[in-house]
Structure formats: C-alpha cells, structure tokens
Ligand binder design. Structure first.
Ligand code: GUN
Length: 295
C-alpha cells in the first residue's frame, strides 16, 4: 500500500487558524506581534524564504519589517542593527536569515539577539533551555514544525525509535532535544546519524520515525527505510531541470517515488515541512509578544 501523505500545507493552515484567536486577543489589547527579518546579501533561496515569511506575517495580521543589507555589510554594522531591533518596542521577534556572508561571525550575531526576541531559538540561552525541556523557551521553527506534523498526524512518538539524519544546529540537534523531551511529542528513543556514521543504512532501517535533514538531493532511497516507517523529509534542494521554464525543480533529501512504496506515511517536497516552518515562526512571534506582555 503506498504511503499516506502528510499534508504540511493543510496542517499549517489549521495551526494558523488556531493562532488567529490569540493574535486577535493581543491586538484587542493594543499589542500587534511584530517580526523583523534581516537578510544580508543576495542568496536567492534566502531571499525567497524571507519574502515568504513577510507574506505569512501580512496574512496573519502581524507587523513585520524586512531589512535587506548588502553582501559587503560588516559584522559591526549588523551587530548595531541587531541592537537597534533589540530595543525596538514594535518588534517582538528578530530573525537573522542564515547563512551570513563569511566576513560576519554567525555566532557573534546570534549571541547578540536578545533571548526574549530570539524567535529562531538559536541563542545559546534558548538552545540550553530547549535541551532541558523548558516549554517557555523558543523552539527552532523547523524541528518544532516537524514535531507538530507528527502530533497532528496522530503518529505515536512515545517509545518509538526516531532516527534523525543530519546533525545541524538548525534541525538535527534541536529535533533530537524535542523528541527526547518528557511529555507530549516526546519520549522517543533518538539516534542521530551524520556524515561519519558507518553503514548508515543499517541505522536508518531501524527507524520507526525517520527524519532527514542532510541537504543532499534524494539521499535516502527506498532500501534505507523500514517498511511502514513514518518518513519526514526536511530537505529542499534545487536540481537542474532544463525542461522547466525556471530551469530547476525542488526535490527533498528523500527519493519520494521509492519512499512512497515502502513508508507508512511520508511528507512531500514541497508541501510538507516547509509550510510548517513558517507557521511555527508565526507561532514563536506570537509567543514572544505574549511573553512580553506577561513577563
Ligand atoms: N536558514 C535556513 N533555515 C533557517 C531558519 O530556520 N532560520 C534562519 N534564520 N535562517 C535559516
């Protein structure tokens, strides 16, 4: 039987509709949650993501500012902008789009974002609080979105073996922290695989829940999946396709056609994790505004 598709667009829309209740309540009290997105340079994928985030804020009735800086921007200039946004009362959440140009230290920038405005969950204070299971910390949007996809698709997580492919600080590591937490959406047995893992297939085949965030087009093939597993594909890769007008198509880190025949449930690319990431960013911005009104 082909895998059930997990529809991130539909689940994201439902979550955004639920979020409207709180957004309206905050606005009725004179607080419009506000997000600042900072884009440095002209990375095409980053520009698309930032545009989509701004559009999502507009649709949700959030205030937003997008600050675009030249690729030659210095670290001092970006630190000064972060300081200004930290002090701006209209802004409850700050997002500095990654990757940054090489002349800027990503760590120094992320450390300067006020932890209470760190809606990406990348400041070490939030990383630490997420790792000890503090529900008031900001959870990074992509793994938070994956956890919501699993919960809202009625995937039983507790006691299951979740294998995460990829150890990035944006997805793999916080994903492990969330699935390990003691409570709803957690209690999994978690394994992380990475580029140095030996015989990766023997590990991925143990997964009841397989989450792939490695940034390699169609890396996971059908023979790497345990029959009936839930497969979450976090990858978004552009591969050349001269037959299309735009010259490329988007594929995930999982070979979709092969996985469909083996998995019990599967996320598509696009339309799986992507819409959830943006939804959870909105969620975190609303959380920031709520916590600002009730510190
Ligand atoms: N680049 C890729 N993913 C992300 C993300 O979730 N947040 C930011 N700020 N940059 C990214």
């Amino acid at each position: 039987m082909p895998a059930k598709l997990i529809d991130g667009t539909a689940i994201g829309d439902k979550l955004r509709a639920e979020l409207q209740v709180e957004i309206r309540a905050l606005r009725a009290r004179g607080v419009t949650p506000g997000l600042a997105a900072v884009l440095v340079g002209d990375n095409a994928a980053s520009a698309t993501y930032v545009r989509m985030k701004g559009k999502a804020c507009d649709e949700a009735g959030l205030y937003h500012e997008t600050i675009r800086l030249a690729k030659e921007t210095t670290e001092a200039e970006l630190l000064a902008l972060v300081e200004r946004l930290n002090a701006d009362h209209k802004i409850h959440g700050i997002l500095v789009q990654l990757p940054l140009p090489t002349q800027i230290s990503t760590q120094r920038i992320l450390h300067r974002v006020a932890p209470e405005k760190d809606v990406d969950g990348f400041h070490p204070e939030n990383v630490g609080r997420v790792s000890i299971g503090d529900p008031a910390a900001f959870r990074p949007a992509t793994p938070f979105g994956v956890q919501q996809l699993l919960l809202r698709s009625d995937v039983d997580i507790s006691g299951k073996h979740a294998v995460i492919v990829g150890r990035s600080t944006i997805v793999g590591r916080p994903m492990a922290a969330l699935l390990l937490q003691d409570g709803p959406g957690g209690n999994a047995t978690v394994t992380i695989c990475h580029s140095r893992t030996r015989d990766i297939k023997s590990v991925t085949r143990l997964a009841d829940i397989l989450i792939v965030a490695i940034g390699k087009p169609e890396f996971v093939t059908g023979d790497m999946i345990k029959p009936g597993a839930v497969v979450i594909d976090v990858g978004v890769n552009r591969v050349e396709d001269p037959s299309l007008k735009k010259g490329y198509r988007l594929v995930g880190d999982v070979n979709f056609e092969e996985a469909k025949k083996v998995a019990g449930a599967l996320t598509p690319v696009p339309g799986g994790v992507g819409p959830m990431t943006i939804t959870m960013l909105l969620y975190n911005t609303v959380q920031a505004a709520r916590q600002w009104t009730q510190p």
